[in-house]
Ligand binder design. Structure first.
Ligand code: FE2
Length: 155
């Protein structure tokens, strides 16, 4: 079988991107306080970005004769992105710190994908992982800038 490691990482990303989308939705819904008017709609753009990655990664997996996780239960069972019930009273900055941690996990996963696709000779999936890793590194920079922090990305 070809692309075994690549397909495993693609499906891991399917589960994780689904959880990441839910996490951002929670931030969008449970946001109160400073900069709400600006940051609430900004979360919509982040969700669109994550959902677009989810669709492209799932369809690449199908193209390679794989089967993406497609139920809430599968996503929850397989995702390593932390999910907690929504509660009020958490500062947006705290939620953003957790979002940055989740995005750092995703860029690490995409790096694993880059290594696996190099090893297995899948240049097309390599390009997808490369683009998406860059997109999330940029997002980490922007959210860290909002938090007055350096992005701390070791390229
Ligand atoms: Fe909304």
């Amino acid at each position: 079988m070809k692309y075994v490691k690549t397909k495993k990482i693609l499906n891991q990303a399917v589960a994780d991107l689904s959880a990441l989308s839910a996490m951002i939705h929670q931030i969008h819904w449970y946001m109160r306080g400073e900069n709400f008017i600006k940051l609430h709609p900004q979360m919509d753009t982040y969700m669109e970005q994550v959902d677009a990655q989810l669709d492209e990664i799932s369809e690449r997996l199908i193209t390679l004769d794989g089967s993406p996780y497609s139920t809430l239960r599968e996503w929850a069972d397989h995702s390593k992105v932390k999910q907690e019930p929504g509660i009020w009273g958490v500062k947006t900055s705290k939620r953003f710190e957790e979002l940055v941690l989740a995005l750092r996990y995703m860029t690490d996963l995409y790096q694993q994908g880059l290594d696996a696709t190099d090893e297995e000779g899948d240049a097309v999936t390599n390009g997808i992982f490369s683009d998406f890793k860059g997109d999330f590194e940029k997002l980490i920079w922007m959210i860290c800038a909002e938090l007055d922090l350096a992005p701390e990305i070791d390229a």
